[in-house]
Design a binder for this molecule. Structure first.
Ligand SMILES: Nc1ncnc2c1ncn2[C@@H]1O[C@H](COP(=O)(O)OP(=O)(O)OP(=O)(O)O)[C@@H](O)[C@H]1O
Ligand SMILES: [Mg+2]
Length: 281
């Protein structure tokens, strides 16, 4: 049985979404995407194509100008605990210990202290940090801090995990280890994952499907089904012909979207004005 089949519930649905940052330039025009429950979906595309904007729309942090975003049939709000985030930088509280960072969100939603510690420890151990509970986060390596960050999100038991280049700041070896850890955890917990990355290998290694974004307002250029068998494991997966075939295809696709018509002078002016207005707000 596939990972997707064993998870119930409805899809995440992005339906005819239009979005701009207040100016004339559309970041998305009529964007449509359905994500299956328990699916691992990666999003890849050139810098500035709107990947982070898309996650902010999914998190309810921004609202679409038209169209809708629904998780299990409901609109999404930023305080929705069905959502978890992991960002490129760990964004932890340096004055708290590693385990206290994991407990922080649980405290916010009013979970009593004993239950809080128990749940935090469960996820802390799941990400492979047993023994480091009382360390201040500044005394942990970058990869370990990112694990704390992942544990903090997982402890909220989200059904949808939004990850914005979570391993982008890590060296290649740590990144590969984190990829394996993430797959192991995903296999155990079965959440839906939306994973943004610049790294083609990472997208192919992890995902069920890969979305290639075009430059605004081109939206989604392509959605690639990834039929590499699971469980995926290091060299075994990475040396398969299919892995290389997907990789080659994505290199070609990204070359196409990177060459898509750059924004006109007028559009760039609009964009700068919109950004300026945002800073002043
Ligand atoms: N707060 C903002 N105000 C105005 N424009 C913005 C804002 N945030 C992003 N943009 C613009 O929207 C477009 C998409 O930005 P976004 O951050 O979503 O891109 P991205 O695909 O995540 O890029 P990267 O790969 O570099 O992280 C860019 O042209 C960017 O300049
Ligand atoms: Mg981004």
């Amino acid at each position: 049985m596939s990972h997707i089949d064993r998870v119930g519930g409805e899809d995440l649905v992005i339906d005819s979404v239009n979005f701009s940052y207040g100016g004339k330039l559309s970041i998305f025009l009529n964007l449509n995407l359905n994500v299956k429950p328990g699916e691992f979906l990666s999003i890849i595309g050139p810098s500035g194509c709107g990947k982070t904007t898309l996650l902010n729309l999914l998190s309810g942090f921004y609202q679409p100008e038209q169209g809708s975003v629904r998780l299990r049939g409901q609109p999404i709000a930023p305080e929705d605990t069905h959502l978890g985030y992991v960002f490129q930088q760990p964004t932890l509280f340096p004055w708290l210990s590693a385990i206290e960072n994991v407990e922080f969100g649980l405290r916010m939603i009013g979970i009593p202290s004993d239950a809080r510690r128990e749940r935090a420890l469960k996820y802390f151990h799941l990400v492979g940090l047993k023994g480091f509970e009382d360390f201040l986060v500044l005394r942990l390596s970058g990869g370990m801090q990112q694990r704390v960050s992942l544990a903090r999100s997982l402890a909220m038991e989200p059904t949808l995990l939004l990850m914005d280049e979570p391993f982008g700041a890590l060296d290649a070896i740590t990144r590969e280890t984190m990829n394996d850890e993430l797959l192991r955890i995903w296999d155990e917990l079965g959440q839906t994952v939306l994973f943004i990355t610049h790294d083609i290998d990472e997208a192919v290694y992890l995902s069920d499907r890969i979305v290639v974004c075009g430059r605004p307002p081109h939206g989604i250029y392509k959605i690639m089904e990834n039929e590499l068998p699971r469980p995926r494991s290091g060299p075994n997966t990475r040396t398969k012909d299919l892995f290389w075939q997907y990789k080659k295809q994505l290199i070609e696709d990204i070359a196409v979207v990177t060459a898509q018509s750059p924004q006109s002078e007028e559009e760039m002016r609009e964009l700068r004005l919109a950004q300026h207005a945002e800073v002043l707000e």
